[in-house]
Design a protein around this ligand. Structure first.
Ligand SMILES: C[S@@+](CC[C@H](N)C(=O)[O-])C[C@H]1O[C@@H](n2cnc3c(N)ncnc32)[C@H](O)[C@@H]1O
Length: 289
């Protein structure tokens, strides 16, 4: 990959959309799993056009300023910065959510937690809390699907809550209440039909954290074992669920049996684990009776 700015030299200034994409794709070839898609999304973002515009206008010449902006974004992508932070947006549950480096980028596998909440309670009114909401992904998806539910979305990070509240405003979602604080503390003893959370669950020494270095470490890891937040939530949920209420937790692929043991020891019943689309244990639910 050329260093930022180099693409906007005389030769490159002649570049068409097709040529700029070809250069960018080659530059990202060994640095991204999806070089073509990344290049297209970043060029479309630079041009403030839909991606389909690129295919429809491959011969269009790009001016120097546009090439320069595109080159800078490509340089950051080549150094590993996630696409969502470069474009400031990630789709989750068909919602276009704003993201900043203050929040975890919502992952497709987290949609499984949303699916389980929706399956556990179909249409009746419910009070539901999303602990550690980040950009608001789970709470906003549930709020959209179940407009009669009352959602509470919490986070310890005020910067994350700002992002989540901005997303709710932009999407016109009004049935979510946002509270800042450590896990159950901001709830003041309130009880819920469903508690859902995708807490930090990566062990502090996990080498996978290197690849995730652009995301907030406090969103990724709760401590040495990776189980710390899951255990706190499993224990605290007993004081915040109505009888018959459900706890729905996303977790790491190797944590299902430890978590199931913790939930049974805490007095939960009907403990069930679900696999994500890749076949990995990903979400565990349990009932408080
Ligand atoms: C893995 S991220 C999940 C974000 C979002 N729910 C999602 O699925 O994309 C975990 C979130 O928990 C928040 N968090 C971490 N420790 C917390 C704590 N002690 N109390 C409340 N929130 C916490 C982080 O700020 C982060 O937003």
């Amino acid at each position: 990959m050329a260093e930022p700015g180099n693409l906007a030299d005389k030769a490159a200034a002649q570049a068409s959309i097709a040529a700029a994409l070809a250069r960018a794709r080659a530059a990202l070839h060994t640095r991204s799993d999806s070089p073509q898609l990344d290049a297209e999304l970043l060029l479309a973002y630079t041009l403030r056009r839909p991606r389909s515009y690129l295919g429809a206008h491959p011969e269009q010449r790009l001016d120097v300023a546009t090439l320069d902006r595109f080159e800078r974004l490509m340089g950051r992508r080549a150094h590993g910065e996630p696409l969502a932070y470069l474009t400031g947006e990630r789709e989750f549950w068909s919602l276009a959510l704003a993201v900043t480096p203050d929040v975890l980028i919502p992952r497709p596998e987290t949609e499984l937690a949303v699916e389980r909440c929706l399956a556990l309670r179909t249409d009746a009114h419910a009070d539901v809390v999303d602990l550690g909401t980040g950009c608001g992904a789970i709470a906003l998806a549930l709020a959209t699907e179940r407009p009669v539910w009352h959602l509470v979305a919490t986070d310890r990070s005020s910067a994350a809550l700002d992002v989540a509240q901005g997303n709710a405003r932009r999407l016109g979602i009004n049935n979510v209440e946002f509270l800042r604080g450590d896990w159950f503390k901001p709830l003041n003893g309130r009880r819920f039909e469903i508690i859902v959370s995708n807490p930090p669950y990566v062990a502090a020494a996990d080498p996978a954290l290197t690849a995730l270095r652009f995301e907030p470490v406090t969103a990724l890891t709760p401590g040495n074992t990776g189980m710390e937040a899951l255990r706190i939530i499993a224990l605290g949920a007993r004081e915040h669920l109505v009888p018959g209420g459900w706890l729905v937790l996303e977790h790491g692929t190797t944590q299902a049996s430890d978590l199931a043991r913790a939930l049974v020891a805490a007095g939960f019943t009907r403990v069930r684990c679900y696999a994500d689309l890749a076949g990995h244990d990903r979400v565990t639910e349990a009932q408080w009776t």
